[in-house]
Design a protein around this ligand. Structure first.
Ligand code: ZN
Ligand code: FE
Length: 259
């Protein structure tokens, strides 16, 4: 039985803490800051941090890794294609790792960064996905290193995971992402309903995560670039017809960058 909690960090990051309550062992995903994790361990005597999972090299995801490893001896897992502090295991697409008794499959998802990976566990009920800054709730990461075609391919792989998969991304960007989603698909009732629901949650100070793959397929414009409605508005903004889903994705991503 794994319990998953968000430890807030910086202004809008979540450090996901996976807890094996029986064995009193825990693992953390993308600790950009060691502070919240060490505070949690202080408040929970008898618990051990066994693993640190890293999705990509940005400072807000790796800033606390070296200190946490030094203080706890936890194993550091991270992408093979990027420079990750104190990394013990360099992971590539298709690798399998065991964390707290759960088997995770590594999915290489270039776009936000070139070596970015996601961790997917299919055996858990429901399945779990830790996807860093690639797929966000109702959005996706900026293209700092990769091309639109790479990011579109990465998101398509994640969109093909089972619908009930719980999506644990790193940032609380959902409300502003949904504001954009409403601009892309003003006629989509599910987008509108989600915008209203998340607005209520945020007013109450509630976290908007995790999401699910099914909800993302229904409301995330970046997973919907093959829908006629999304293509049409991309064509309008572009001033001429865009012929490929990669092209529609690129146009929507460019629009969001200025939104
Ligand atoms: Zn990032
Ligand atoms: Fe980030």
């Amino acid at each position: 039985m794994i319990q998953i909690d968000a430890l807030p960090a910086f202004s809008d990051n979540y450090l996901w803490l996976l807890q094996d309550v029986t064995r009193r062992q825990c693992a953390v995903v993308d600790p950009g800051d060691a502070g919240p994790v060490l505070a949690w361990l202080d408040a929970h005597p008898g618990w051990t941090l066994t693993d640190i999972l890293v999705t990509h090299h940005h400072a807000d995801h790796v800033g606390g890794v070296a200190q946490l490893k030094a203080e706890t001896g936890a194993r550091v897992l991270g992408p093979a294609g990027e420079k990750i502090p104190a990394r013990d295991e360099a992971l590539e697409d298709g690798d399998r790792v065991e964390v707290l008794g759960l088997g995770f499959e590594v999915i290489h998802v270039p776009g936000h960064t070139l070596g970015h990976i996601a961790y997917f566990n299919q055996d858990h009920e429901p399945p779990l996905l830790f996807c860093g800054d690639t797929l966000f709730a109702a959005g996706c990461g900026r293209l700092f290193e990769g091309t639109p075609a790479q990011m579109h391919a990465s998101l398509s792989r994640l969109a093909a995971l089972p619908g009930q998969t719980q999506v644990y991304c790193t940032h609380e960007y959902t409300l502003s992402n949904l504001r954009f989603a409403c601009a892309v698909e003003p006629e989509n009732p599910e987008v509108r309903a989600r915008f209203e629901e998340v607005s209520r949650w945020r007013e109450q100070g509630k976290i908007s995560l995790p999401s699910s793959i099914a909800l993302e397929r229904a409301t995330n414009p970046f997973l919907r670039v093959s829908e006629t409605s999304v293509k049409k508005i991309a064509d309008e903004r572009n001033g001429q017809e865009i012929r490929t889903p990669d092209g529609v994705f690129a146009a929507i991503r460019r629009w969001k960058d200025q939104f």
